[in-house]
Design a binder for this molecule. Structure first.
Ligand SMILES: Nc1ncnc2c1ncn2[C@@H]1O[C@H](COP(=O)(O)OP(=O)(O)OP(=O)(O)O)[C@@H](O)[C@H]1O
Length: 235
């Protein structure tokens, strides 16, 4: 299998605050890799580097064989990104935004079915700034998917979503994976990792403390118990 995202010995500090301390993991095509870890473990920092939004102090990161920091517009078009904050313009309606984004890609998905799948059509008369957090989250996911990406980065995609929306997102992410896309998901939800992930990477204090299939990382006592044992003394 192809390793599409490769993170090798990343180091990073914010001033005197260490964020990454020799982080190494990889993610492959046609698989969902879930990145777990306590607050401050370095998940968002690493994902932002993979998206080309931040440059590591040291180490190497490759997405589809390219250094994301130096990447061209063509490379960026192959990568779908859903950020925690969303970064969506407030004054537009969801469909207008999604159609605008779709026009930027060579072979976008059809916007209407995507909106239906994510339940966006029902609130499409509302501008982005008036949407609930969960509704905005769904639009952010649609925005990440609209360009038919080869690699998809999702930062806590179901945080704040109701159970129906969460299930819909999981189904959509699995379908995306089954189409051969590399999916990297950060999450605090064991249920999400268990249901979605082909591979789990557990971070603590800027390093990887476990990496393997859900069964391997969960061991005999389950993912939650294993996670607490792995991260308790290194928080
Ligand atoms: N822009 C920044 N300036 C200063 N420190 C930062 C900045 N961004 C992150 N940090 C620090 O770097 C460390 C890693 O943060 P990061 O956001 O990557 O963690 P995380 O695993 O995504 O956490 P969370 O689960 O809370 O989202 C933390 O100690 C955090 O306080």
């Amino acid at each position: 299998m192809t390793e599409t995202v490769v993170v090798r010995d990343l180091h990073h500090r914010y001033g005197t605050t260490p964020a990454l301390d020799g982080m190494s993991w990889s993610a492959r095509a046609g698989a969902v890799t879930a990145v777990l870890g306590p607050n401050g473990a370095g998940k968002t920092t690493t994902i932002e580097m993979a998206e080309g939004l931040r440059r590591p102090d040291a180490g190497e990161i490759r997405v589809l064989g390219t250094d994301p920091w130096q990447a061209s517009a063509q490379h960026r078009a192959r990568v779908g990104v859903m950020l925690q904050e969303g970064g969506l313009p407030g004054g537009t309606r969801p469909s207008r935004l999604l159609r605008h984004l779709a026009r930027m890609y060579a072979s976008p998905v059809e916007v209407d079915p995507l909106m239906d799948r994510l339940g966006i059509t029902a609130f499409d008369r509302t501008t982005m700034r008036r949407l609930s957090g969960g509704q905005r989250q769904r639009v952010a996911l649609a925005a990440a998917l609209v360009g038919r990406p080869e690699v998809l980065f999702l930062d806590e995609p179901t945080a704040g979503l109701d159970p129906h929306a969460r299930r819909d997102v999981w189904t959509l992410v699995k379908e995306t994976r089954d189409n051969g896309v590399t999916v990297v998901v950060t999450t605090h939800s064991f249920e999400e990792a268990e249901r979605l992930a082909d591979r789990v990477v557990v971070l603590a204090r800027g390093r990887v403390v476990a990496d393997g299939s859900v069964a391997e990382v969960a061991g005999a006592h389950g993912l939650e118990q294993s996670y607490f044992s792995l991260t308790e003394d290194v928080r």
